[in-house]
Design a protein around this ligand. Structure first.
Ligand code: MG
Length: 362
């Protein structure tokens, strides 16, 4: 099988409401959908959703990066994942979102060619995974009301965005815990808002309301600080922005700077690199979470859920981006069962059908 064409379309879907974290505000999911066409008539789909506040990439850059790779991809066998990986890396450094889109589309084609859903190719532990739901920054009572509504729908884990100030963060945790009751797991994500010592003080106070874990307490570059926090609290600490690639993961794991590590396809450049990260972590006895960008649609979430469901060491999922979308831009892929279970298609590949009507624009 040979790649005969690489098409890129952009989708823009308004979020149901603005999504606020300590780094900024996001109002739309904007992403690049790649279609890899082949000489066998099979088409593979992938998504590059640049997380501007996390990766620093934007959509025009992601589209341009994919266009740049196009001449190197045409003629390759998309099931030769190594050949595709090295062709992409020869074309440009970093640029994980665009590479993820192509990598995802190749896995889609590999599954189609093999006649198997991708989750089976990646390990096949399960065909589904439960996700948490994220409550973005707002007034404490608004956050408590939202958290309660999600729990009433059936979510058993909520992820609370914090990092706007000590009194506000404590106020929001207090009312959220009161609203959701004692049995719901609460994880908090500070998105780099604290210094290491401030983090220790905050985590001690917030843990009065029983934290499952704390995500990215300190700036992404402060690995010493992350290690300090991890070693000075009993609450599990998870990295997000501090780990993009498997090399980052190895550094964090070597110094035991984290207890858990959040993998996102859009940070690492695709499933191939994500598998490496998980292998590093699993070898060291560190569990992973599979996360997403708020900018992702059901294409990226399907790929991430396939990986998360397939592997035992991925014990948590924060794959809730589609719950924020005002519209689903793609047909096929994963479906939501009950409140929080993402169930994968049994069709070969990811089970994508194509863009939904007029949502795509060239
Ligand atoms: Mg995060």
């Amino acid at each position: 099988m040979k790649i005969t064409n690489v098409q890129v379309q952009t989708v823009e879907v308004p979020l149901l409401e603005p999504f606020r974290i300590s780094l900024g505000v996001i109002t739309h999911a904007r992403s690049a959908i790649v279609s890899l066409e082949t000489d066998e008539g099979l088409v593979g789909y992938g998504e590059g959703a640049p997380g501007l506040l996390v990766t620093g990439e934007n959509l025009p850059g992601t589209v341009a990066g994919i266009e740049l790779m196009k001449p190197d991809l045409i003629g390759l066998d998309p099931t030769d994942l190594e050949a595709v990986y090295w062709a992409m890396n020869r074309s440009q450094a970093h640029a994980p979102s665009g590479k993820t889109a192509v990598d995802m589309a190749c896995y889609d084609l590999l599954g189609q060619k093999a006649g198997l859903p991708v989750y089976k190719l990646l390990g096949g532990l399960s065909n589904s995974i439960e996700t948490d739901i994220t409550v973005s920054i707002n007034r404490p009572e608004v956050m408590a009301k939202k958290a309660k509504a999600w729990v009433e729908k059936g979510f058993d884990t909520v992820k609370i965005k914090v990092g706007t100030g000590r009194s506000e963060d404590l106020a929001r945790m207090k009312v959220i815990r009161e609203a959701v009751g004692p049995d719901v797991k609460i994880r908090v994500d500070a998105n780099q808002a604290w210094s290491a010592k401030a983090a220790i003080r905050m985590i001690e106070c917030l843990n009065e309301y029983d934290l499952e874990l704390v995500e990215q307490p300190v700036p992404y570059y402060d690995i010493e600080g992350l290690e300090y926090v991890t070693k000075h609290t009993n609450v599990p600490i998870m990295s997000d922005e501090s780990c993009f690639t498997a090399t980052d993961a190895l550094r964090l794991v070597e110094r035991r700077a984290v207890d858990i590590l959040n993998i996102k396809l859009m940070k690492c450049g695709g499933i191939r690199e994500a598998l490496k990260i998980n292998t590093v972590c699993e070898t060291a006895g560190i569990q992973c979470m599979l996360g997403c960008m708020i900018e992702e649609t059901n294409v990226g979430i399907t790929a991430a859920a396939s990986l998360g469901a397939a592997l035992k060491n991925i014990t948590r999922a924060d794959l809730d981006a589609t719950f924020s979308l005002s519209d689903m831009p793609f047909v096929g892929g994963m479906r939501v069962e009950g409140a929080n279970r993402l169930v994968l298609s049994e069709e070969p590949g990811f089970g994508f059908v194509g863009l939904n009507g007029s949502k795509g624009k060239k």
